[in-house]
Every structure is written in C-alpha cells, then in structure tokens.
Design a protein around this ligand. Structure first.
Ligand SMILES: O=C(O)CCC(=O)C(=O)O
Ligand SMILES: [Fe+2]
Length: 712
C-alpha cells in the first residue's frame, strides 16, 4: 500500500531530548522514520537558526533515495529531527499532499532566508506564506531525487539556500511541479507564526486529544517544526501534542522512559551528588536540612557538597554536618570564609559530580523545602535529562519555573502556568526556565565540559545562566507536579539582625512558621472525644506553642533587655499608669505586635470559640501583650487583681522545677492554683469579676510567662 511504501526520513546525529520527543510522536501515530546520520559527527556546518541544517542532510538523503529513484508512485517525507513533532498518522499526511496536486511540497515561512536578496524572485501567493523552509517536505521520489541532484552541494553548504535556488528557478519549479504549503495544510513552521497557532481539543476520534490549529489559515497542520527561535513554543505545545497529555489519561508522556527503583537494592541505587546552596539568609534553614537528611535514599550512595555563603547560617550547617555528615559517601563544604561566588560554587559542584562518577546531580537551594522524602527517587525514576520538582510558595503563584520567556529571555506567563502551579493539571512540563531544585543526569555533565555547561552567561544570575545554557544546548528542562514534592520559602524580608528572626516570619512563611512554632498537639483541644483540661473552674489548659517558640520568645525579650521597672508609672500605656505592674516587655517594643495579633486570630481565637461558646470576636483585639519575668530580688510575685480583658491567655514559657521554683497562678474565689504549668501550654480564663487572681511567689530561678488581655 501507498502508506506502507512511503519513506520517512530524518537526520539526527545524536539522540537529543528533541529527537526522543520526535521519535515518540512518530510511534504515537505509527510512523517509522529512517534515521540518517545517527552516531556520526555532524558535518552540516554551524547553522544555528536551522539546526540541524546543512548540505550534509541533503547528501545523506540523496544517497538513501538512490535505490528508489525510479519508483514513480513512491512518496518520501523528509523532516528535521530535533525540533519536529508528528501530529497525525501518515495516511492523513498523504491524503492532504495528494490534494495539492504537487509532486514536491515544501513547508513555508514568512521570511526569506538565508538570502533575503532572493525575495523578489519568489512567485507571489494568493494567501499564506511565500517563502520556503527546508525543515519539512514531501514529494514523489523521482522528483525529490531530481531536486537533490540538480546541482552539486557541499556538506557544509546551506541546504535551504540550495532548495530556494531550485524553487525560484521558474523552469525547474514547473518541471518538478514544486509547490509550497503556504497555508500550512500539512506543515507548520513555527518561526514567525507563533501567534497563528493554538491548541484545541479534538474530540471527534475515540478519545480526546490536543491538536494544533492555525487560526489564520484555518487549517490543522499535521507536522510541526519549531525552527529557529520558536523552539520554546514547540516545547510548550509539545507538552500536549502527540497525545503527550490528554484530558482522559492526563500525563501520558510521563510514562515514557519511566523506570522503577522501588525494588532496587540500596547497593545498586545510582550514585547522586547532592549540591546544597545557601546563597542568602534563609528562614527555616534547620527544617531545610532536616528534609535533606530525611530523603529516603541510601546515604551511602550520596555525595554532598554544601556551599554556604552566609555567616549567620554557619551553626545551622554545622548542625547538619554533625548530625548526618558521616552517613554520606562523602561531604564537602565551601564556607563563607572560602569566598567563592555562587556561579563558581555551582560550576565546582558539577565538576565534583563528574569527579565522583556520579550518575545524577541533584541541586537544592536553601529556598527549596523537599517535604516529600521520596522526591529524589521519584525524580530519578522520571528518567529525563533535567527534571525539577514543582515547588511553589504556599497559596501564591510564585514557583521555581517559568512557563514562557519574553524576547529578551525573562519571565512570561504561559497559558497553563496557573493550572500547573495550582495543580489543576498534573504532569511533566517542558519549560524554558527552572531553578531552586533539579536533577541532572550525569551523562549530560560528561557530554559537555564546563566551557559549554556552566552557570555563567553574560551578566545573568547563576540560575538564568544555567537555564539559558541548557536552552542553547537544546537540553529540555522538565518540571514535574505529578505529586506534591515540597514548597518554596520566601526569604525577601528575612532580617538576621533580629534575635530569633524566624519568629518574625509568620506572614511570609506561615506554613513553616506554624510547623516550627505551633505545638503538634494543638488540634487535640478540638477533639470531640476528649474533654478540654480544666484545672480550675473556667480556667482551661491546652498546648499551643513549641519549646522552640518559648525559647525564641524569651531570647527576643532578653536580647531587647529593657524590662519595665515594676512601678505604677508606665509611659507605654495611654493613661501612663498601671495599677498592678509586672516586670515586663510589650510585644510592640520588639516589633512583634502584628505577628502576635495574627497568632491570636489564627490559633487562640478558635480555642476561645470552642470553649466559651457563643462569644465571637474576630479578629480578637488586644492592647496588652507582653512577656512577664518573675525572679527573686526583682519582682517574684503579683498581687491579687482582675485583668482588663474579656478573656486572658497566660502561656508558660519555661519549666517549673527546672528553670525556677514556686510560681503559678491562684484563682482566689475558687481557692484553686495552677502550679504545675507546662512550657508552651496556655491558660485561658475570663478576665473580670469571677476570676480574681494572683501570681504566686517564685522562690528560685526565673519564671517567664506570655500574657494577652484579649478584648479589653
Ligand atoms: O503569674 C501568673 O501566672 C499570673 C499573671 C497575671 O495574672 C498577669 O500578668 O496579669
Ligand atoms: Fe492577671
């Protein structure tokens, strides 16, 4: 049959990511291209725009067609191999070709290249594109053979120019019945036509798939060519086309090449170099390291390199190195004292990976929290040259990839960016820019030396330089959101001149703040099967914050140090007078009032609503929020009083019996005391009338509590 007799040719010297995509699209539509040049050195010259370009392609094809040159009815289809995808089966392509009545049909484009001087020789067209592109063509073998032999062509000469000369020669064009596919009935060259193409869902077949339509010519092209500067667009379209992603089956190309390591013995697992970069002060760095340490992957297969550029973080790095360092195959540190730039450190880490004969290179910046301990294994199993786990700032549209680029290489939003970031679509996405965390196959590092693959490119930041260089090398960068991998930290307002700076991160990094500072048993108070603890009548008792919270809050106050003097005069208050003074520091004195108010709203108010039912006040109001210090010789107790509050919370910040002796709170009307307070637990009680109370005598050590008079 005609379809079976049709010869499909491409030229590819190596199996680049683009070539694999080409082959997969061919398999999808049952097309079996003959690949010319595989494994050979490229002999087609340095033709960037039409790579792979060059006369060599033509000469290879001529040799391959020699045997068929007299087959009058045999058809041959030629496509480039690195930047092409099939969008349909061969019979549709042949049907459309036959309708053109041409014996040779080339794809068309809007610019006359490489010799713009030939423009005037081109015949005009009724509609569509006027100029020839040599990336895609089809024709009957005898005519194609004549075209390939009409003049001599050197390997390094330009093939497009060669074909153009033939086309603009009226006699030869007519003799060969040589036409251009000006309206993209079959061939869509993307360069210069980016705004003409759209994806659409074709639901006519057995199942829905994404197809391409040209909205200018109203055609549905069957082969697409991401020539020249349009390759990022082809990469974006390629996430859907050729059934890579379908509405029914979602990410079909996720399964291509996927490997399974779940049953692989530890000793057989690939060797990974994990490169950790702390380039700027970063909140929640201890948790970042814990998550690295918790990755479910044999540490005996992991080399670690840490580049820390921040003095403030030296103890955090040290903690990780002491806790985990000896478990890894090796661990190397570049410290702030070494004064190595980010790009240099990153380049060095690639070199180290090669030196260590790594199978994979895994880079994780301090902003990337890998909450999923399987991340490393899952990314290896995905089996791509470069793949990043999607990381997003919680609740924000800020992520570690860009879906599209502007002309000058900066961020542009792609049509599906938000769908991916919000996980409305899950899959594996070929994108032009990634950062923060990614896995690179070690073969890539061995294929390209550090002069080609590195973190330097003009004045660009290291991450943009790396992505730019990968783009230049035609290496695909995938980002995966097949599962949740983790999230991004926001370090924009992190101020390490403060004491306990992470405590101030409740707004920017709320999720991490809560994970570190909210007591893990906080939710228990809402457990319907449990009765809230009530040590005295209408005095409730519940865990709310962690020990770290308590320690950090004390540290903040002690670093500030200006405890009130315990007299009745208090110029911090509007009236300037305090009837029952304590030695204390207010939250607003350490710049922590807004943070505390959010804490009251998010974690204290729900307890109040749960316990004292029917009272609602959201957000809670509180003018008096302070830490009290009791100690013998200063102020060891507090005389009986009412609080000016609807309800009061009183959080113990340190431990009786360890940090101090005595202390506690006595509710006089009930003759009931809470003396076995627990650090991180709050007492909640009404402020007035019934709950007349006093602070009991501290006999030894220092007692700290945190007080708020809510809704005064
Ligand atoms: O020492 C205590 O636990 C009570 C403190 C108190 O009542 C207050 O600061 O208003
Ligand atoms: Fe009080």
């Amino acid at each position: 049959r005609e379809v079976d007799d049709t010869l499909v040719f491409t030229v590819a010297t190596s199996e680049t990511d683009g070539f694999l995509r080409y082959q997969r699209s061919a398999i999808e539509y049952g097309i079996k291209p003959i690949v010319l040049g595989l494994g050979e050195d490229w002999k087609g010259g340095d033709n960037i725009r039409y790579r792979p370009g060059g006369g060599w392609k033509v000469n290879l094809l001529r040799n391959a067609l020699e045997a068929y040159k007299d087959d009058t009815n045999r058809i041959a289809l030629f496509t480039d191999g690195y930047d092409v995808m099939f969008l349909s089966d061969l019979s549709s392509i042949i049907d459309k070709f036959k309708k053109t009545d041409a014996r040779i049909l080339f794809g068309a484009e809007s610019s006359c290249w490489p010799d713009a001087g030939l423009e005037s020789l081109y015949p005009t067209v009724e509609s569509g594109k006027r100029f020839l592109n040599s990336g895609l063509y089809i024709g009957y073998v005898p005519e194609i053979y004549k075209l390939l032999t009409y003049a001599p062509l050197k390997d390094e000469n330009d093939d497009q120019l060669y074909f153009t000369h033939a086309y603009v020669d009226d006699k030869l064009r007519n003799q060969l019945n040589f036409k251009l596919d000006s309206n993209s009935e079959i061939f869509q060259n993307l360069n210069g036509a980016l705004s003409e193409v759209e994806l659409y869902q074709d639901s006519e077949k057995e199942y829905t798939e994404f197809k391409l339509k040209n909205v200018v010519s109203h055609t549905e092209p069957l082969v697409i060519h991401g020539n020249g500067f349009s390759k990022t667009k082809l990469n974006a379209l390629g996430n859907y086309l050729a059934r890579a992603w379908t509405p029914e089956e979602e990410c079909r190309h996720c399964r291509w090449g996927h490997i399974d390591l779940q049953k692989t013995k530890d000793a057989k697992m690939p060797v990974v170099l994990i490169a950790l970069f702390i380039e700027n002060p970063t909140p929640f760095l201890q948790e970042y390291f814990l998550k690295i340490g918790d990755l479910e992957y044999p540490k005996q297969k992991i080399h670690v390199l840490i580049h820390n550029n921040v003095k403030y973080h030296v103890p955090h790095v040290q903690e990780f190195v002491e806790g985990y360092g000896s478990k890894y195959l090796s661990l190397k540190q570049i410290t702030p004292d070494d004064v190595v730039t980010e790009s240099n450190a990153r380049d060095l880490s690639l070199d180290l990976c090669v030196q260590k004969e790594c199978d994979f290179y895994f880079s994780v910046d301090s902003l990337g929290h890998l909450d999923n301990p399987h991340t490393l294994r899952l990314l290896i199993e995905q089996n791509r040259t470069v793949v990043a786990p999607l990381l997003v700032r919680p609740e924000k549209a800020w992520s570690n990839f860009w879906g599209a680029l502007t002309q000058d290489g900066f961020y542009a939003r792609s049509h599906d960016y938000l769908d991916i970031v919000y996980n409305k679509k899950r899959g594996l996405w070929n994108v032009p820019f990634i950062n923060t965390c990614y896995l690179v196959n070690g073969t890539l590092l061995r294929k390209y030396g550090r002069t080609q693959l590195n973190y330097v490119k003009g004045n660009l930041d290291a991450d943009m330089a790396f992505s730019g260089n990968l783009n230049d090398l035609d290496v695909f960068m995938y980002v995966s959101n097949r599962v949740e991998f983790g999230h991004l930290i926001n370090a924009e307002s992190f101020d390490t001149t403060r004491t306990a700076p992470d405590m101030y991160q409740i707004f920017e990094n709320g999720r991490d703040w809560a994970a570190r500072y909210i007591h893990p048993e906080y939710p228990e108070i809402f457990n319907p099967n449990k009765k809230p603890l009530q040590p005295c009548p209408d005095v409730y008792w519940a865990p709310i914050v962690t020990r770290q919270f308590c320690n950090d809050l004390i540290a903040m106050m002690e670093a500030f140090g200006r405890w009130s003097d315990g007299t009745n005069e208090d110029n911090r208050l509007t009236g300037g007078y305090e009837a029952v003074p304590t030695r204390d520091i207010h939250m607003n004195q350490v710049g922590w009032e807004p943070h505390w108010m959010l804490f009251l709203q998010k974690w204290v108010r729900p307890i109040q609503e749960h316990i004292f039912t029917g009272y609602f006040h959201d957000p809670p109001r509180s003018l008096m929020n302070f830490v009290v210090r009791y100690k013998p010789g200063e102020q060891p107790s507090l005389r009986p009083h009412h609080d000016s509050s609807t309800y009061t919370i009183n959080i113990a910040l340190n431990e009786v019996g360890k940090d101090y002796e005595g202390g506690g709170c006595r509710f006089i009307r009930y003759n009931c005391s809470v003396t076995d307070t627990k650090a991180g637990w709050l007492l909640m009680h009404p402020g007035r009338l019934t709950h007349y109370h006093e602070g009991l005598l501290v006999t030894k050590g220092v007692r700290y509590i945190m007080i708020s008079f809510v809704d005064p």
